[in-house]
Design a protein around this ligand. Sequence first.
Ligand code: TYD
Ligand code: MG
Length: 454
Amino acid sequence: MAKIKTVYVCSNCGNKVAKWVGQCSACGEWNTFEEEIEQKVKNSSYTPARKFISKPKLIKDITYEKEQRIDTLNNEFNRVLGGGLVRGSIVLIGGEPGIGKSTLALQIAARLQKYKTLYISGEESLQQIKLRAERISEEYNNCFILCETQMENILRHSEELDPDIIVIDSIQTVHTERSDSSPGSISQIRECTTEIMKYAKENGKPVLLIGHINKEGNLAGPKVLEHIVDTVLQFEGDRNHIYRILRASKNRFGSTNEIGIFEMQSIGLREVTNPSELLLSQNEEAISGVTVSATIEGARPFLIEIQALVSTAAYGNPQRSSTGFDIRRLNMLLAVLEKRAGFRLAQKDVFLNVAGGIKIDDPAGDLAVICSVLSSDIDIALPKDTCFAGEVGLSGEIRPVTRIEQRISEAEKLGFKRIFISRYNTKSIDIAKFKIKIIGAGKVEEVFRNLLKK
Ligand code: TYD
Ligand code: MG
């Protein structure tokens, strides 16, 4: 019997070494080596019918069809993709178990009645998929299901059925004859994705791949996977919250700033087209520590509630904790409050929470965060009809933010009466155009004074 030879493969860059080492000499990452059985790439029993052999072409001679994108009939999904599924592209959807990846993919496949779709599952049985399909209650006139994990069979079936769109759930469960490693190993994932890519590009078919993520929250498998595919989408959100956010971390055909918001209901995922109304709480009376920030994610403005709780530290070291907002930025804002506004927060616990399990990266959230900490600290509720949009600098100055008019219009639309923004932002806009009261401020102290005056 031939001796089994093992190698160690870096899960980040695919570098192979004979002995385990802590750091990869190729990419510099630590603890990324995984053991694999080495074997030569074998010939597979399946050879795709090559449609054409490509030749070099002059750029000016290259033509493309106008209608390249497939409208997925799901506005949020279209938005994240940059306007629909591009033919021949591979979209990878990653996310934690149970977040709703299979539900999203099945829903999209089902809704596209105009197109023949093939949903391939390596994780669930036909009956399980049927049960899910019944919950989602779309009409399924043109959606085929295949339970298969072998790459060669998948490609054979795809060629035979000739679907317009293919979904593979998940890339970690499929395996190819070309490699002896177990499904989910680095070489299997690499081989399978390459095969799928060849198929997609040659036939001009879009493929949705579902991927697992590892415990650090990255897509499981080599980074190579992310390089091969055209679009990488992350499906995030707290499993205990009903909101799910789809975010593009790579997109060859669109922007990566866009997000799609969904709500998990008992009948599948619902698109949330007007996030502000959901992200603002329906509390009748004003509560201390709660403010509203006029933020922008991608091209879409929305208003979101920020809550702070400041209390005396019970045990020695005060705690700072934050959900949905960068903790280092929170610490910086607390230092600004201490230094510039004379708040004594060193002995206080500070907890910050952004509503709905949403994460905000927009610097315009600073002013609302600072005001909610202030409001909780002095235990005075701020008026409910007030919102904020401004970045706070180290000296307590309020800096202008982008697309201020869009934020103001959104606040006005939702019935807010006052918005605090940077004084520098007020110069560039026509205040008379808006009915909402726009207050420009230069420093955080000015905002506090204005908020607390009777
Ligand atoms: P699923 O799509 O299986 O997640 P993933 O493929 O990412 O692992 O979603 C599973 C969760 O979603 C499960 O906890 C049940 C819930 N769910 C609903 O709440 N409503 C529904 O209509 C469906 C189909 C699932
Ligand atoms: Mg699944």
